[in-house]
Design a protein around this ligand. Structure first.
Ligand code: TXA
Ligand code: MG
Length: 335
């Protein structure tokens, strides 16, 4: 199969919608990362997603809607706290877990009785869903285990020959996936840090339950038990403290002496702390760090670095999401 990268004009959005109606799968941009969509109501199409990505079948998919009214068919229970979250973050980078209705198959939910729903804040994604006339079940459009795709080129690199169309919406605005929150419990539980921060959520609905360790969350959100966001290079992630550059330099020099080819991921303002060592400028602030992170991990692979040492960040706001992704891509190798 030939994979086409398409300009996201009306004609091409219609072309993709037609393919999706036929039971094909197609990749599209969202404000978080690219998604690989299939009709939520077509079992055959859903299975193609798991095959194309190499995704385990017990890892559930997020259902993407373009109107809040579409929720009625997906769930019959919308708790008050969910309504508040929907008012604020639909559209937005928040995925909400509801009890599922019979219309949602267990292929979508990985065998669970709950369904994850999100309305992306991206006009191309919304137009595509509208044109289809049904919600799109869509995981991130990367090969399972690799960093999520934040450009059409990343999708192409991972899925060339496995899907027909990629709608090219340029770089995703946020660059990290949505936050996942389960509202079937009270207080609601955070299942994945993401583009919407804990502070923003708690401002709307009060205190939520947050798991600090991986143990429980693996059972609650099946996706969390799998290897994630890992480039070919080995990733080291620094804890955040005043003198972290000293430790980073030490690890870099040790790797270099072992004949390795490391690179340091750091904020622009700190590049001079690393002297002549190889660096990748991750941006001016944490928002840019988030935006560029997955792209930088893929870039490091393309330049054949075999170790990436990433600077730590403060855990407030989007920092918590950056930490979460780096802990995962490093397999917990925190220095
Ligand atoms: O930003 C995003 O969320 C992107 C874009 C495309 O929307 N999608 C995305 O999908 O990141 P994916 O499949 O890579 O991650 C979905 C996560 C997984 O960790 C999965 O386990 C969890 O959401 N999830 C989905 N349905 C669930 C459910 N019913 N209960 C618990 N966790 C669920
Ligand atoms: Mg993913």
């Amino acid at each position: 199969m030939q994979t086409h990268i398409l300009e996201p004009n009306k004609k091409n959005i219609k072309l993709c919608a037609k393919a999706l109606k036929r039971g094909e799968i197609a990749a599209f941009p969202t404000e978080t990362v690219y998604g690989l969509g299939a009709s939520v109501y077509n079992e055959n199409a859903l299975k193609k997603i798991f095959t194309a990505k190499g995704r385990p079948s017990d890892n559930p998919l997020i259902v993407h809607i373009c109107e809040k009214s579409e929720l009625k068919k997906l769930t019959s229970e919308i708790p008050l706290k969910a309504v508040k979250l929907m008012d604020k973050f639909m559209p937005g980078a928040l995925t909400i877990i509801f009890k599922k209705s019979d219309a949602v198959s267990k292929t979508v939910t990985g065998g669970l009785d709950t369904v994850a729903v999100r309305m992306p804040k991206n006009d191309i994604a919304l137009s595509l869903i509208r044109e289809c006339g049904f919600p799109l079940a869509a995981p991130s459009a990367n090969k399972s285990g690799l960093p999520s795709a934040t450009t059409a080129k990343h999708v192409f690199d991972d899925l060339n020959g496995r899907i027909e169309y990629i709608l090219d919406g340029g770089e995703c605005e946020i660059g990290l996936e949505s936050t996942v929150i389960d509202v079937t419990t009270d207080p609601p539980r955070l299942l994945r840090n993401g583009g919407v921060t804990i502070e923003e959520i708690e401002k709307e609905i009060g205190v939520i339950e947050i798991f600090k360790t991986g143990a429980n969350i693996k059972a609650l959100s099946p996706g969390m038990k799998y290897k994630h966001y890992s480039p070919k290079a080995e990733v080291y992630f620094s804890a955040f403290y005043e003198k972290m550059s000293d430790t980073i330099v030490e690890v870099y020099d040790r790797l270099k002496n072992l004949g390795r080819n490391p690179v340091i991921l750091c904020l622009e303002s700190r590049i001079n702390l690393y002297g002549v060592r190889e660096t990748i400028n991750i941006g001016k602030n944490y928002k840019e760090y988030a935006h560029n992170l997955f792209s930088a991990l893929r870039y490091a692979d393309s330049k054949f670095y075999d170790a990436i040492i990433a600077e730590g960040v403060d855990e407030g706001g989007i920092g918590a999401t950056i930490i979460n992704r780096l802990v995962k891509s490093s397999g917990g190798q925190v220095i």
